[in-house]
Ligand binder design. Structure first.
Ligand code: FE2
Length: 583
């Protein structure tokens, strides 16, 4: 049985295909159309998923779409009456949404009447919860989804057992931890869609000196639910104007209108304009924002642990990308095991909706665990060779040599140890926003100046943003104060104080690292590369940043070569080929 999941007309449009309970492919549309966080209809992602599964559109039995227009109708009507323009905007998106069958037919140049699949509409947060629990290694787990807004809710929790989830409760619009974080991110002058993680990085440079005020901005409030929070709505405008989002077009990064009110400036000082320098006041505000998020998030998790009596938790939604908060779960809650799927945000809804149909609707037993992130496009050796021949490698003054696997890892590790910046392109592309060793730029973590070098030569990011370490999983406890696996870079742990001087480049100013723990089983080649680096240097860690330069992560070998030539990387490994500057 074949189930196609589609996240359309929402940020991070994506598709996934599940065949007889096994995930075969999952990918974001942005990797194809090269528009960061692309919304719209993910036609290319769907075509790729079907190709990977070897299926025609007529062979799809179910199409799962993570939006249910009938969810929370009462709340929607209440706000539709108060905010007619918002209601009109939503109606427009909804009109697109009801046309998913038509859009799917158009993508395959066929007639909608010829699509025999059954269509299912899965409520947004239930799809989030399904995206993490049904692919987790846990038979039973507590579940929490927290994000900006989806189907008029921001938060949902419950518990999963085997092939079923039970929803305990949800928090509806306008109260939202995601919108809280976005509002203060905007107030601090970071206006682009997806900028929240920048402010999370900035928070480490400040002190939460405004925590008292932030306790008014988000308050604990169970409202009879036994768990929950409320926004201090005086600090916000979205409950009056509606959050203005643009989701409909595939060729544009989504935008979000202003969320905070003048009360924010009145209490916290003037808002920062994007071009203004960052002052200590801003860093302290970021720290206060993050500290309050952690209070509320960890507080909710403690109550969830209490209510369910479970030791494992599955997380989803944009807030589940807050690796700093996630890293504190073990010390601050009774949970002993945490699972976060690599596409915890809205892209993950495609996987969640498909698995919701397979388990919750069809009652099929669990047979799949997502233990690696490599569900995107991969390329054959001839395709890579052709890209190298066509890509101007020789004209650019580079040589390409095909090497046996072991020698490739040894040579690449040697280059990294010499301080070279290496593009590393292998196998199938990562699912989710993090490069995890198949579309990565890898460099020496021992060099304190590597962060600055990477920024100057390749990444051009704000200097306060940290770079991440990839570590051999078996060495985690020796280098970090926690050893719980973080295969998808969703946890930040403190680096052991005695090790910090050895890996200064990916150690953040607060002594933490947003680590990726790498096993041989999940990624043998990347594991071999880090092992070879350890053999040379004694350090089982490399610095890993995504293979891109202010664009979606490269997907095809042609894009990797283009990025390599455009930036000033020193060497590139593309499949079995090592490409170096001609000496
Ligand atoms: Fe969401």
């Amino acid at each position: 049985m074949n189930i196609l999941g589609i996240n359309a007309y929402h940020g991070n449009a994506s598709a996934a295909i599940v065949c007889d309970g096994q995930l075969v492919a999952a990918v974001e549309e942005e990797r194809f159309n090269r528009v960061k966080y692309a919304a719209g209809f993910p036609a290319q992602a769907i075509r790729y998923c079907l190709k990977e599964a070897g299926l025609k559109l007529e062979e799809i039995d179910h199409v799962a779409v993570p939006r249910n227009p009938f969810a929370r109708l009462g709340t929607k009507l209440f706000y539709a009456l108060r905010m007619p323009s918002f209601a009109r905007g939503r109606a427009k998106v909804l009109a697109k949404f009801t046309g998913v069958r038509e859009a799917l037919a158009a993508a395959f140049d066929t007639d909608p009447g010829r699509i025999s699949a059954r269509f299912h509409r899965i409520e947004h947060h239930q799809a989030h919860l399904a995206s993490t629990f049904f692919v987790s290694p846990f038979e039973r787990a507590a579940l929490l989804s927290a994000d900006g807004l989806g189907d008029f809710a921001s938060t949902m929790w419950g518990a999963g057992s085997g092939a079923r989830m039970e929803i305990a409760d949800a928090i509806a619009f306008p109260h939202s931890l995601g919108l809280y974080y976005t509002a203060v991110t905007q107030y601090l002058g970071f206006l682009k869609f997806g900028d929240e993680y920048k402010v999370m990085g900035l928070a480490a440079y400040g002190q939460p000196e405004q925590l008292e005020t932030f306790r008014e901005i988000v308050r604990f409030d169970s409202n009879g639910r036994g768990n929950g929070f409320r926004l201090g709505l005086g600090y916000f405008v979205h409950h009056r104007t509606g959050p203005e989002m643009s989701w409909a077009e595939a060729d544009k990064t989504p935008t979000l209108g202003k969320l905070f009110s003048s009360e924010m400036s009145r209490r916290l000082g003037r808002q920062r304009e994007p071009e203004e320098p960052l002052e200590q006041r801003h860093r302290n505000l970021a720290a206060s924002l993050q500290a309050r998020l952690e209070d509320v998030y960890l507080g909710m998790l403690r109550k969830l642990a209490e209510a369910t009596g479970l030791k494992s938790v599955c997380l989803a939604g944009g807030v589940a990308f807050n690796c700093v908060a996630n890293g504190k779960i073990f010390d601050s809650t009774p949970f002993r095991e945490v699972y976060v799927q690599p596409a915890a945000g809205d892209a993950g809804l495609a996987v969640g909706a498909a698995y919701y149909v397979w388990h919750q609707k069809l009652g099929k037993p669990r047979t799949f665990v997502m233990d690696h992130a490599y569900w995107g496009p991969g390329f054959t050796a001839p395709a890579i060779r052709a890209a190298i021949e066509a890509g101007g490698i020789a004209r650019g003054g580079f040589t390409a040599a095909e090497l046996p696997e072991e020698e490739l890892a040894r040579c690449a590790a040697g280059l990294i140890a010499e301080g070279k910046i290496l593009g590393w392109f292998q196998g199938r592309a990562e699912w989710g926003p993090r490069a995890l060793g198949n579309r990565s730029i890898v460099s020496d973590p021992r060099r304190a100046d590597m962060k600055e070098t990477l920024n100057r030569r390749i990444k051009h990011r704000e200097i306060f943003r940290p770079f991440a370490p990839s570590i051999l999983a078996e060495a985690t406890g020796e280098w970090f104060e926690k050893s719980h696996a973080s295969p998808f870079m969703t946890m930040a742990y403190a680096v052991r104080p005695e090790k910090r001087a050895q890996i200064p480049a990916p150690t953040h100013v607060d002594g933490t690292g947003r680590l990726q723990t790498v096993t041989h089983e999940a990624n043998p080649r990347y594991h071999a590369l880090i092992s070879a680096f350890r053999d040379l240097t004694g350090v089982p860690v490399v610095l890993n940043t995504s293979f891109n330069d202010n664009e979606p992560i490269v997907c095809r070998p042609e894009e990797a070569i283009d990025c390599f030539l455009r930036t000033q990387m020193d060497a590139l490994v593309l499949g079995d080929f090592l490409i170096e500057r001609r000496s």
